[in-house]
Design a protein around this ligand. Structure first.
Ligand SMILES: Nc1ncnc2c1ncn2[C@@H]1O[C@H](COP(=O)(O)OP(=O)(O)OP(=O)(O)O)[C@@H](O)[C@H]1O
Length: 253
């Protein structure tokens, strides 16, 4: 299987804190690769070095064949790297449909201000793609609503729809289940499984171990900024090092 994202020897320090030390692993094309680890392990720092929000001290990030080092967040996004955030990042003064249109417009013409994009692109232009996304993510009834009035679960589904509508080459999903009720979390896991798997390779950062072990084809365990183990869910589950360092016997996986 070919590689969608290749991380090689990524290190990053903040003053005296070694947030990442020589982190290397590969996200396969078509796969879901989970990145897990305790609080402060370096997961968010790693995702930020991939997205371009942070510059690593050493190491390389490749999207397929393409070296991403030195490229901005916008340039990486235009090449097909899409990221969702731990905290919701929707525009609250426009409708659900318009948020989806803006996501498409931003991919086409990055670097424009919000006002410029709103003037140049109308939701009508992308009507077909947007209708399909609304249907796929169960948001048809909310198309003309303002995101501020949506439930937490609806907002999270809209963010996923905004990330996927641009047909990215790699999707970085940062804690998609955080703060969701168990029913909303179940719906989202089902959507990832049925709507995203196979269409886009996903790097999934998630604390919900049941979801991780259900969804992931591969898992990398990060502890104190270092890769403790990378392997299939069965290999990670069976690792005594992982058990000792991170996964307690009480964890349900
Ligand atoms: N901007 C920063 N300045 C200084 N230290 C930082 C900065 N960002 C992260 N760190 C430190 O780097 C280490 C890794 O943090 P990071 O947020 O990447 O961990 P994490 O695995 O994402 O944690 P969590 O699961 O709690 O989100 C921690 O010790 C953190 O305090």
């Amino acid at each position: 299987m070919s590689s969608a994202l290749i991380l090689d020897g990524i290190s990053k320090s903040f003053g005296g804190i070694h947030a990442l030390s020589k982190v290397s692993f590969t996200l396969k094309t078509g796969g879901i690769h989970a990145l897990i680890g305790p609080n402060g392990a370096g997961k968010t720092t790693l995702v930020s070095t991939i997205s371009g929000a942070l510059t690593p001290d050493t190491g390389t990030v490749r999207l397929g064949e393409r070296l991403l080092n030195g490229l901005s967040v916008h340039e990486r996004s235009r090449l097909g790297l899409s990221r969702t955030y731990q905290l919701t990042s929707l525009f609250s003064n426009i409708t659900v449909r318009e948020n989806l249109a803006l996501s498409l417009a931003a991919r086409e013409t990055p670097g424009l201000t919000f006002g410029q994009m709103a003037r140049r692109h109308s939701a009508k232009r992308f009507a077909h793609q947007i209708d399909q996304a609304l249907e796929d993510f169960g948001l048809q009834e909310k198309a003309d609503a303002n995101p501020a009035v949506l439930s937490h679960g609806d907002r999270r589904r809209l963010e996923l729809a905004m990330a996927i509508i641009t047909e990215p080459k790699v999707l970085l999903l940062d804690e998609p289940l955080a703060g969701l009720s168990s029913a909303d979390a179940e719906t989202l896991v089902h959507l990832i499984e049925t709507r995203l798997r196979g269409d886009v390779p996903i790097l999934l950062i998630e604390h919900d171990m049941e979801a991780v072990f259900n969804l992931a084809d591969d898992i990398t365990v990060l502890v104190n900024g270092e890769v403790l183990k990378s392997g299939t869910p069965d290999e990670v589950r069976a690792s005594s090092e992982v058990q000792a360092a991170y996964l307690s016997e009480d964890d349900d996986f």
